[in-house]
Design a protein around this ligand. Structure first.
Ligand SMILES: Cc1cc2nc3c(=O)[nH]c(=O)nc-3n(C[C@H](O)[C@H](O)[C@H](O)COP(=O)(O)OP(=O)(O)OC[C@H]3O[C@@H](n4cnc5c(N)ncnc54)[C@H](O)[C@@H]3O)c2cc1C
Ligand SMILES: *[C@@H]1O[C@H](CO)[C@@H](O)[C@H](O)[C@H]1NC(C)=O
Ligand SMILES: *[C@@H]1O[C@H](CO)[C@@H](O)[C@H](O)[C@H]1NC(C)=O
Length: 466
């Protein structure tokens, strides 16, 4: 695949702030294209995390990168989503994810653990030659100057690292974004949902005849309540079960927490009354919960690169996702695949502004519509009782009964188009149509964001210790 098979003619230094899924993925593709890459990650590899729904777009990329055998070892192929009532446990309907139809999209819908994805990407990145510094925090970021446009970063070790390009892959609360925006405070406010993430050991569930089927199945069940929902699925190839509880405004649970994946709260902090007894037992098996609050970023992130065209955002830093959404990891890895493909064509630093412009153009609209879809789906399964919720349930019951092969195929044609996308191919297409004609760049519709010789006060963002 084009994503990683080409070595760039001009090989440069990248500094990646943040070694989450996005940071490690971009480190891998850039290193594979011959660039020198260093990743700075403030935490270690073994930090609490939960489950991911891996959409065909992403599973296709992972399969290309690690191969079928390794992927099977750490994932479960999802065969369908049963919908249930959260309070009574009653079955409502079923959406099948037919393997044959998914295969047409070139990928599969997989269920995985965050930790396994991180480990795979860490191994890929380091084996491709990237250096990953764990337990090291970036404490300040500095823009370059007219004379020397290279950005640099100060690390918690005291070291100052300079690179040709700095990538901000530091998550939803990105500090690199503050520098790109040239603003102190960002316009973010609580978005009305707090997410609780837990993971239960498969061995604990084996003992309970009502919980055993959950971890042994290949399903991604969703339990629908009033202002709250729970979804869960097997992870680590059925070795454990991860779940998310989405608590929306109006729920008995108080909203709270930070826009972060670092807050660990006791399992007892989740009010259990509104869950069917089977789910209460499931939740209690989780040794702790992660609490993540959804924040709305009012203006969105307009510019993904700074005015020096040497600092660029990726993943949640560029487009903060709906926590616990279906597409968070996919979007970050697709960003990485696009940047990796573009920078495998690097011949001169003059190309960089057009690469960044093309990258943002290719990614921004997709990411924001996917984000809205995640939010809408979360609301759909957390409706209060009433005619709307009844209509939803009727619809879900019908799809379960009426989906013969033919209608299923028709339904999936749309999905196939959505899932059929290959981020690397999209970037390759841009290159063939526009990028390679560097002499004739005025025809490039994406070339509006030219980086002029810049003339500004260079800035530094300090990152307070947390
Ligand atoms: C620990 C963790 C667990 C998660 N668990 C789940 C889950 O169970 N389910 C789910 O759907 N999504 C989960 N997510 C979120 C999901 O992974 C992201 O939404 C998505 O993959 C996009 O990733 P990203 O790399 O853009 O951002 P993130 O995954 O947020 O990664 C950003 C990284 O940057 C690091 N970082 C931030 N600031 C600095 C700094 N100053 N110096 C050095 N490093 C810095 C952070 O430690 C983090 O590792 C989790 C994220 C994390 C970090
Ligand atoms: C990072 O810190 C954690 C927790 O202190 C520790 O367990 C781990 O070994 C450290 N990793 C590295 C590579 O230093
Ligand atoms: C996968 O790619 C398609 C095709 O362009 C895109 O429209 C879609 O948004 C992507 N799917 C997801 C879940 O992002």
């Amino acid at each position: 695949m084009p994503t990683v098979s080409r070595t760039a003619i001009l090989q440069i230094d990248f500094l990646v702030v943040g070694g989450g899924i996005g940071g490690l993925a971009v480190a891998y593709v850039l290193a594979a294209a011959g660039h020198r890459v260093r990743v700075i990650e403030k935490r270690g590899l073994d930090v609490p995390s939960g489950g991911h729904r891996v959409t065909p777009n992403l599973s296709k990329i992972l399969r290309q990168w690690i191969g079928e055998e390794e992927l099977t070892r750490i994932s479960t192929r999802c065969v369908g989503t049963p919908w249930h009532d959260l309070v009574t446990g009653k079955y409502v309907g079923f959406l099948p994810w037919k393997p044959a139809v998914m295969a047409e999209t070139g990928g599969e819908f997989l269920l995985m653990h965050h930790d396994d994805i991180i480990r795979v990407l860490y191994k890929l990145a380091t084996e491709a030659g990237a250096r990953v510094d764990l337990n090291t925090t970036v404490t300040a970021i500095h823009q370059g100057t007219n004379a020397l446009p290279n950005p640099s970063a100060t690390l918690s070790t005291g070291e100052v690292v300079t690179a040709d390009i700095l990538i901000g892959a530091d998550g939803a609360k990105s500090k690199v974004r503050e520098l790109v925006f040239d603003e102190e405070e960002e316009d973010a406010e609580p978005g009305g949902m707090t997410l609780y993430t837990g993971t239960v050991d498969g061995a604990d569930m084996e003992k309970d005849p009502e919980l055993r089927p959950l971890v042994q199945s290949e399903e991604w069940p969703i339990f629908m309540g009033a202002y709250r929902s729970l979804c869960g699925h097997p992870v680590r190839a059925k070795g454990a079960f991860s779940f998310h509880v989405y608590s929306h405004e109006g729920d008995v649970q108080e909203q709270g927490g930070e826009e972060s994946w670092e807050e660990v709260v006791p399992t007892s902090s989740l009010k259990l009354d509104a869950f069917t007894p089977r789910l209460q037992r499931l939740i209690k098996f989780s040794p702790y919960l992660l609490r993540t609050r959804f924040y709305k970023h009012q203006q969105g992130v307009e510019e993904w690169m700074d005015e020096t065209c040497r600092i660029v955002l990726l993943g949640d830093a560029a487009h903060p996702s709906f926590p616990g959404g279906t597409h968070c990891a996919g979007m970050a890895v697709e960003d990485a695949a696009v940047l990796g493909t573009l920078f495998s064509h690097l011949r001169t630093m003059d190309q960089v502004p057009s690469f960044f412009g093309a990258y943002q153009e290719m990614r921004q609209r997709r990411c924001s519509s996917v984000n809205l879809a995640d939010l809408a789906n979360a609301k759909l399964v957390a409706m209060p009782p009433g005619p709307q919720a009844d209509a939803r349930n009727e619809n879900m019951m019908r799809t379960a009964d009426d989906w013969d092969e033919g209608t299923l195929k028709a339904q999936f044609e749309d999905i196939a188009e959505i899932f059929g996308y290959d981020a690397g191919d999209a970037a390759e297409e841009w290159w063939v149509n526009w990028g390679r004609f560097s002499d004739d760049i005025r025809h490039d519709p994406l070339q509006q964001q030219q980086c002029m010789a810049f003339n500004f006060e260079t800035s530094t963002v300090e990152i307070e210790a947390s």
